[in-house]
Ligand binder design. Structure first.
Ligand code: GAP
Length: 430
């Protein structure tokens, strides 16, 4: 099994991620998240919000709709430009992204060389809103969250009394009818984005671009991702998105190679100008100093929750040998781990006093698990596999000395501490 397959298997076995509608054969590129997956995603979102807000607190938050009218996506340029080149093999009928395979070579699936012409494939999911299905009812599921930020920019600014420079951040679902969804959560058809649109004057773009690239890069250190597996890559002119004057990707070295984790783009005044032109509404801002109106420029930071989720799993996945026994461990940073501690009574007879400790920890809002079934070794292995940083074992001695054994996930070293100190001990380490 290659490493990605092992991660996919672990994610399912331990209840992080399931295939959507698995009992009906699934839906390609779409996933459901189980209990641990949901907790991990929540921690990712919280960490992102905290990270951008500590970089600059002049940030507003919004939640736009998923459905958007045709006119909006026409103005943004997506109806015309948001497509990927597609090619089919006429022998086996497999479909590929034309920019991902060598068209001079044979089909990697059936070995024939019988390609169709390359066509552009629209990536947005189209639907109709309301009872009539004519062209006036066409709407799209958003392929990026950013557009509702641009369209609501004036309302957000007026109702929150902010001044340029400031940011609007949004976390929400996005949809793309990817030609070849693949590599688990890397390229999905339904996914979630965390996007920050930073509005500033044109002459401030370079300064803020550098600031946000550095801040976003530091975020991944903060999450404990191996530094040598992260690098910055500048887009060449011919790969820039239709709205971007400059893009720097933060790439991660996945088991399938170096790929984009996050993109930071200089969108200039492209989006606001387009929306203003197509809607006929003024989206300019008045500058008190120069007494002139101008269209703000935008620096965008955009990363997928699910792609970061996959990155964290890839980075944390470790196989090692402890005392001659092989184990799999997710070395997630304690601040992002879904479960922070597990309380394990050595035997079922000790469950009652151990549960009291569990209840005390849970009452403090710390994500904690209680597990009383199976051998203690097996229970440690389970917690290792889901990335729980600390296990707290309640044994017979605990009844006499009012102390428990705290076991560290990564080193497996154990330390005896008084029960009264357990909550503080966990808090210090997460
Ligand atoms: N608003 C800019 C934008 O959407 P993008 O590079 O197309 O730019 C930004 O997407 C981020 O969203 C990517 O860096 C990635 O983390 C995530 N993303 C994009 N497409 C995705 C997909 N099909 N599946 C999972 N995540 C995706």
């Amino acid at each position: 099994m290659n490493q990605l397959d092992k991660i996919v298997a672990l994610a399912k076995r331990r209840g992080f991620v399931y295939q959507t509608a698995e009992i009906f054969g699934g839906l390609n590129g779409v996933y459901d998240f189980g209990h641990l997956g949901t907790l991990l995603k929540r921690n990712i979102r919280d960490a992102w919000v905290q990270s951008i807000f500590t970089t600059n607190s002049n940030i507003l938050f919004m939640e736009g709709s998923i459905l958007g009218p045709y006119a909006m996506w026409e103005a943004s340029g997506h109806t015309k430009n948001f497509s990927d080149p597609m090619v089919d093999c006429t022998k086996c009928n497999r479909r590929f992204r034309a920019d991902e395979i060598d068209l001079q070579a044979s089909c990697p699936v059936c070995g024939n060389k019988a390609w169709t012409d390359v066509r552009q494939f629209q990536l947005m999911f189209q639907t109709n809103v309301g009872a009539s299905a004519d062209s006036s009812s066409i709407a799209y599921l958003r392929p990026e969250t950013a557009q509702s930020i641009f369209v609501q920019f004036k309302n957000m600014m007026a109702t929150n009394r902010v001044k340029i420079p400031f940011g609007i951040a949004q976390i929400g679902k996005a949809f793309r009818n990817e030609i070849t969804p693949k590599q688990f959560l890397f390229r999905m058809r339904e996914f979630e984005q965390m996007e920050l649109e930073w509005f500033c004057k044109a002459e401030q773009v370079d300064t803020y671009f550098t600031l946000w690239v550095n801040s976003r890069r530091e975020f991944y250190d903060h999450l404990g991702i191996h530094s040598d597996k992260i690098k910055l890559r500048e887009h060449s002119k011919d790969e820039l998105a239709h709205y971007s004057a400059r893009t720097t990707d933060i790439e991660y070295e996945y088991p399938f190679g170096w790929k984009e984790l996050e993109g930071i783009a200089d969108r200039g005044d492209y989006d606001l100008k387009q929306h203003s032109k197509y809607s006929g509404k003024d989206l300019m801002v008045y500058d008190e100093v120069s007494k002139t109106s101008f269209v703000p420029s935008v620096v965008e930071c955009s990363v997928g929750v699910d792609r970061l989720f996959l990155t964290l799993l890839c980075d944390a996945y470790t196989e090692d040998t402890i005392d001659g026994e092989e184990r799999t461990v997710l070395k997630l940073s304690p601040r992002i781990a879904p479960i922070k501690a597990a309380v394990l009574p050595l035997v079922k007879k000790l469950s009652e006093p151990a549960r009291k400790l569990y209840n005390d920890i849970a009452a403090k809002g710390i994500m904690v698990e209680f597990d009383e079934s199976g051998s203690i070794g097996k229970r440690y292995r389970r917690q290792d596999e889901i990335g729980t940083p600390l296990c707290c074992t309640f044994d017979f001695e605990s009844l006499d000395d009012n102390a428990v054994t705290m076991r560290d996930r990564d080193t497996t070293t154990q330390e005896r501490i008084n029960i009264e100190k357990v909550i503080g001990y966990i808090r210090e380490r997460i």
